[in-house]
Design a binder for this molecule. Structure first.
Ligand code: PDD
Length: 288
């Protein structure tokens, strides 16, 4: 079955889909994006993802490419047309196409929008969660506005590649004082010896992950306490459990940091129970 992409008002074969060479996303990374999980035919946490999209767009003064209701239908239609039952839907909005100039183009330039969907294998993800993943640490070198889900991801790309080359699956950005920020594409968590979940406050310095936010709901349901504060790499190495969250991985246990085994080298039971309960508690929008 061939994949279909949505590009500026049209559904077209993925293989032929493209944007203009002067799209500002292509030339300046002048745009924002969202990634939603699709699980068992449902788009997960669509409301929260679109709320964050709204915030990212308004922080960068980019307009909505269409109204919210229409966007919701197009997202579902892309998922449907690609027959994605389990996978991801990716959407990107840029400041549009204009002659290259750093300053904003004229106000009547329409934003560009691209939406794609792809299948993923839930069995592979479950197997990965059952084994746990490894992270490395890298110095924080991103701009200050990482709270905006911008498509400017070069430091994240470099960090992930470094992780891969070192046999790990994720890289954590670390502040000069040793505090963990977040992963290249995930939020970072630990569980203390007392069973308290700890994740960095999301006001500045990290992206407020949608999975992170929904895990607050899940933790409440499971009677778990969350502390929003920074934690150091050293504290993570001594923690009962370590894990990361994102739409792409949901809750993924971490079993090594910089080659050192953590949490006894095994996925933690709390992380796995959060992973298990996530589907029931997150908002589900059926794609058909
Ligand atoms: N990344 N932090 C960063 C830097 C991220 O890029 C992401 C998501 C997260 C987790 O956010 P959420 O729970 O909303 O997925 C945290 C997406 C999945 C990506 O770039 O592919």
């Amino acid at each position: 079955m061939s994949r279909i992409a949505y590009v500026n008002g049209q559904y077209i074969p993925h293989a032929n889909a493209g944007v203009h060479i002067e799209d500002r996303g292509y030339q300046f990374a002048d745009g924002v994006y969202e990634v939603c999980e699709v699980a068992r035919g449902n788009i997960m946490d669509m409301t929260r993802h679109l709320n964050r999209l709204d915030r990212s767009l308004s922080e960068l003064r980019i307009g909505w490419p269409m109204n919210r209701k229409a966007l919701q239908s197009v997202i579902a239609e892309v998922v449907r047309r690609n027959r994605v039952f389990n996978g991801m839907v990716y959407l990107q909005v840029t400041r549009g196409v204009a002659k290259r100039d750093h300053v904003f183009p004229s106000a009547d330039t329409p934003p560009s929008i691209v939406i794609t969907a792809k299948r993923t294998d839930p069995v592979m993800f479950a197997a990965r969660a059952a084994k746990g993943v490894k992270v490395i640490t890298v110095p924080e070198n991103r701009w200050e506005r990482v709270d905006i889900k911008s498509i400017g991801l070069l430091p994240n790309v470099m960090a992930r590649q470094q992780a891969k080359e070192q046999g790990a699956q994720e890289a954590w950005f670390i502040d000069p004082d040793g505090t963990v920020r977040e992963g290249a594409a995930t939020n970072a968590w630990i569980v203390t010896m007392d069973g308290v979940l700890v994740t960095r406050q999301a006001e500045t310095g990290i992206l407020r992950g949608i999975t992170r936010t929904t895990i607050f709901d899940v933790a409440k349901k499971l009677g778990l306490t969350i502390e929003e504060r920074g934690f150091s790499v050293e504290e993570a190495k001594r923690a009962r459990e370590v894990f990361m969250t994102a739409a792409t991985t949901v809750v993924m246990p971490i079993v090594a940091i910089d080659g050192e085994s953590v949490a006894n080298g095994h996925p933690g039971t709390i992380a796995l129970s959060l992973r298990e309960a996530f589907f029931d508690i997150a908002e589900k929008t059926p794609s058909c």
